[in-house]
Design a protein around this ligand. Structure first.
Ligand SMILES: *Cc1c(COP(=O)(O)O)cnc(C)c1O
Length: 440
């Protein structure tokens, strides 16, 4: 980006200066609409995803014994976090009116992160397409046949490739190898060693880059384009990934109803979603607004070093601006969120859907990590802790927002839902390393 253009942007959007200085910011999205809508994505695609996952449930139950109990459904529970709420209130010297809930995607089966939604769905959908087209399967079959040697041998002729900061690669790799595919994962420099080791152990090919996520994705996309037998899972543009993530919202609606958590004009729901390139939080946010309409207020959470979605939405430039353009280095403990340039597809869809974004400092992520351990015995990876900071931001820098939307007097009946996006697969030694770094 030219310097002249940068100067213009800093003048037009003064908050960019705070972002440049790595300060935490709270940004309200003024394009938000009570009736959000998008022309590039529809609920039909989410319903298709739900049905596809349903067809695969018999296969998943056979392929992953851990899914026996849930009948082949990949889903996580919602937990009440009274201990963490008290710990946050004490640490930050403020009161958080309403109840604090956690959506436990860190404990999703198969790959222990939110990527077990979109990532696994896209692999399954691709496998189904290939098997149907080659007469290996009909939609009426029991999909458990996909676990047979014949089908595994069939999938060995095909390759799936992906670029990732870690968790998407893990999901695609585990699922793809289970079906029999060749899997190539292009890992950015942020990806943790244990994730690469685990993937190699499962038989995936891991290509490591010195550069960041955008480069890993671009390289992966280019290599895959040269191989007609290769399907590239495109984290920056994929509607299948997005649809897989969005399924979560329909299921959450049922979960909240079952536990008597109302969501309506008198009982607002605030959801805090850690954001990298945008697909995961975007898909979930899309689904949530379709389910709960104007009564759900959604905020994306990003590290101060990597606020790509915040600056993309704020300037309306989406993928035409990177965090490097405004002088940030995209280096953060939150490896899953170390993305310098947001998805244009997701950013554009989100324009009328989400209420805003905020940023968090790495030190605060680690503080939250320690508080959750002490108060709930809960371990989440640093990225997932970006969501924990939501209620704090809302009750401090978000006061004007609450007033403007006539929410101040409804906060006692509000629900804060922190989306825990990953952590259950992090090895014990790594957890200890994080805890050592924490200040509390
Ligand atoms: C990938 C990831 C996110 C964000 O998802 P995006 O689709 O990259 O925006 C958040 N938390 C964790 C732990 C992740 O792995």
């Amino acid at each position: 980006m030219e310097n002249k253009r940068k100067d213009e942007l800093f003048q037009l959007f003064p908050k960019l200066l705070n972002i440049k200085k790595r300060e935490t910011v709270f940004w309200e999205n003024t394009k938000w609409m009570e009736k959000a809508s998008s022309t590039s994505f529809s609920m039909e695609e989410v319903e298709d995803a739900e049905e596809t996952l349903q067809r695969f449930s018999s296969y998943l139950r056979v392929a992953f014994p851990e899914l026996q109990e849930s009948n082949g459904f990949i889903e996580s529970a919602v937990h009440r976090m009274n201990g963490m709420k008290a710990a946050l209130e004490k640490h930050f010297h403020l009161s958080i009116p309403g109840q604090l809930l956690l959506k436990g995607d860190h404990e999703l089966p198969i790959s222990g992160s939110i990527k077990a939604r979109g990532g696994i769905y896209e692999v399954l959908k691709h496998a189904e397409r290939l098997a149907l087209a080659n007469g290996k399967l009909t939609k009426e079959d029991d999909y458990a046949v996909l676990a047979t040697e014949e089908l595994r041998t069939f999938f060995q002729h095909y390759t799936i490739a992906v670029g990732s900061t870690g968790n998407l690669g893990l999901s695609i790799g585990i699922m793809g190898k289970k079906l029999g595919f060749n899997v190539v994962v292009h890992m950015s420099s942020d990806a943790k060693q244990w994730k690469k080791a685990m993937l190699r152990e499962k038989g995936a090919t891991v290509i490591e880059y010195e550069a960041d996520y955008s480069v890993a994705v671009e390289q992966g996309r280019r290599e895959a384009a040269q191989n007609p037998m290769c399907h590239f899972i495109d984290d920056e543009n994929s509607k299948d990934l997005f649809a897989g993530y969005a399924v979560a919202a329909k299921r959450l609606k049922v979960q909240l109803e079952k536990t008597n958590v109302p969501v309506d004009a008198e009982h607002p729901l605030f959801v805090y979603l850690p954001c990298g390139v945008g697909g995961g939080p975007g898909g979930v946010a899309y689904g949530l607004r379709e389910m709960f309409g104007q009564h759900v207020y959604i905020f994306f959470a990003e590290p101060t070093a990597s606020p790509c979605m915040t600056i993309g939405l704020m300037t309306g430039l989406h993928d035409e601006i990177s965090v490097e353009d405004i002088g940030l280095d995209n280096k953060t403990e939150a490896d899953g969120l170390a993305v310098g340039r947001a998805s244009k597809f997701v950013g554009k869809v989100m324009e009328t859907y989400i209420s805003g974004c905020y940023t968090v400092q790495d030190e605060e992520l680690l503080t939250s990590l320690a508080l959750a351990m002490d108060s709930e015995g809960l371990f989440l990876e640093p990225s997932a802790h970006a969501g924990m900071f939501g209620p704090i931001q809302l009750m401090t820098n978000g006061r004007d927002f609450l007033q403007k939307h006539h929410l101040l007097d409804k906060m006692e009946q509000a629900t804060h839902l922190v989306w825990a996006t990953g952590g259950s697969m992090v090895p014990q030694e790594m957890r200890q390393d994080y805890l050592k770094k924490c200040s509390r």
